[in-house]
Design a protein around this ligand. Sequence first.
Ligand code: LIP
Length: 267
Amino acid sequence: MTPGLAARLEVATALIREAGTLAQRFFADLTTLGTLQKQNGQDVVSVADKAVEALIRARLQAAFPEDGFLGEESGSEAGTSGHRWVVDPIDGTSCFVFGRPDWCVSIALMREDETEFGLIFAPQADELFEAVRGGGARLNGRPISVNHQASLQTALTGVGANFRVPVAGAWRFVAELLEAGGMFIRSGSGALMLAEVACGRLAAYYEPHINAWDCLAGLCLVREAGGWTAPFGDGAGGLMAGGPVIAAAAQVRDALLALIERSRDSR
Ligand code: LIP
């Protein structure tokens, strides 16, 4: 790892814990949490999301002023270093605002088109997932791996759904999965479900559309834990437009892709 990357990883690792602690302070008293709808009633943002992103952005700008930034709540700013931070301050906001524990902070660092490292911190479980490109994946410092024994029929598959794209994509996939003898789970945090593929709790994850800040760190984790991920952000608009997210333990890939294909055919 270059000294520049090592310095960024060190700052980001301390920062994601600090961000998680700030989020937890809001989570401790949800009765006073200000919340706003974004595109619909299932797409919300709270003052906690904004405050946590402001903290992360300010710290990263102070440490690496030449880096670019893309955050869910405060948008994007180009940099000059070739590095760009991609941040979701609270992934799983809908869980957060209702007091459910399935939420996390997600930070990825990109260099040009590659994700160099990804960090996901789930404060309620005190779990810090980290992956460095070419350097493996860890959970609280211990190496992790996707589940090499899992099949769609014997393990759980994470599914995401939202109203940014037609909902039939998600429910038809769920129907295909159930017909094939598999079982779905949706926690409300795409980032966390990708981390759970990386550590073997889930066999795979599919969502017809997701944004870069929700998934880049998680996709890096899955790859570094020995799993397979479909290229992300290849379509029109690239990274900024988001796209389908598909990740799996390698032996599950073909069966998963066949179900996704069938769910698309039946549109
Ligand atoms: C959420 C994702 C989730 C998806 C939601 C939303 P947020 O991110 O992680 O998987 O289904 O539509 O994008 O809004 O909680 O950061």
